[in-house]
Design a protein around this ligand. Structure first.
Ligand code: GTR
Length: 327
């Protein structure tokens, strides 16, 4: 039905619906990188259900989990082209395409997750969302992704000197490579799905992520030192292709927005629980977790990363300052 006949049948159905004055049914493809049971996966499935319910079946979403439609960087391009209509993205790999969204990838820019959400709910969030929408990636709601910390196969990290000489996997974004370089390490940009093998075979010494991803990927099995640097607090979005969304009528847009906000509320609730569960699970498995008594040297080492970013994006200085000044 989907191939040869599918297009004909769909075309006929659309024509019939239009002649009866009904909105045409459309099916969206959804991308998500996470495994079953992960808060984001559950929330994206809920989004699909809610969209179908709230639009009376005019829009349906078929979700593809586990990154089966490709890596995050590929999926961002596919969404911009309209080959995928909806996705849960981390803002990290969106930064290289959307300068406004890149400010969230400046290390230590947010004090904590609440600060991040306050920024997203205010003027700063609007600038970020508008920048994304202009480049085809319209965020409808924000997900919690906690804080990212360093983990590795070698030793606990307490000072920047401990990172020196380490090969550390980062997401695709020059800001993260700069961050590792400033700590004296060697950055290795790599897709999420390749990190487990790279750690296992010691192609890299370490990586950085939040508790749930460190646990759900099994990285803790091969990299047993987790050091609470909390150097990045990056939001994630439930994003749709801008043109796809703009082509909907007002009632449909409202329904899809509502579905996204409800899915995000669920994600945040599940996230809080999963962070605790993941931490407990990896600690029970023998992971050595250490607090970092003084994070100031890590923060100070990031000055050149900020400088370089602001030199390349002078018009974003105000946004950076707005974030830093948001209580
Ligand atoms: C996770 C995030 C993913 C992906 C991944 C990574 O925390 O939810 O979207 O960005 O990190 O490190 O690539």
């Amino acid at each position: 039905m989907l191939d040869k006949l599918g297009r004909v049948v769909a075309g006929a159905a659309i024509a019939a619906a239009m002649s009866m004055g009904m909105a045409a049914a459309e099916e969206w493809k959804g991308w998500n990188i996470h495994v079953e049971g992960y808060p984001n996966t559950v929330a994206m499935d809920r989004f699909a259900e809610l969209v179908a319910d709230k639009t009376g079946g005019e829009i349906t979403v078929q979700m593809f989990h586990g990154g089966v439609l490709g890596s995050q960087s590929d999926a961002i391009e596919q969404l911009r082209l309209g080959a995928i209509q909806v996705a849960n993205f981390n803002l990290g790999p969106i930064g290289p395409i959307v300068p406004e969204a890149n400010v969230v990838s400046l290390p230590f820019i947010f004090k904590d997750v609440d600060h991040m959400f306050r920024v997203l709910d205010g003027e700063g969030g609007k600038m970020i969302a508008d920048g994304m929408a202009r480049r085809g990636i319209l965020p409808l709601a924000w997900f919690d992704a906690g804080a990212r910390s360093f983990y590795n196969t070698v030793k606990p990290i307490n000072t920047p000197e401990d990172v020196a000489g380490m090969k550390v996997r980062v997401m695709n974004n020059d800001l993260y490579s700069g961050m590792i370089e400033q700590l004296g390490g060697n950055p290795s940009p790599m897709a999420f799905g390749e990190v487990y093998q790279a750690l296992k075979t010691r192609v890299v010494d370490g990586a950085e992520n939040n508790w749930p991803s460190y646990e759900s990927t099994g990285h803790y099995e091969v990299a047993g030192y987790y050091s609470l640097s909390e150097h990045l607090i990056i939001p994630e979005c439930l994003c749709v292709n801008t043109d796809t969304f703009n082509a909907l009528d007002e009632t449909q847009q409202a329904a899809v927005r509502e579905a996204a906000l409800e899915a995000a509320a669920l994600q945040r609730e599940l996230w809080a629980k999963r962070e605790e569960e993941s931490r407990a699970k990896v600690e029970a498995a023998g992971v050595k977790v250490n607090e970092i008594a003084d994070k100031t040297p890590f923060q100070q080492a990031m000055a050149p990363v900020y400088e370089k970013f602001l030199q390349a994006n002078p018009d974003l200085r105000q946004l950076v300052e707005t974030i830093q000044n948001t209580e």
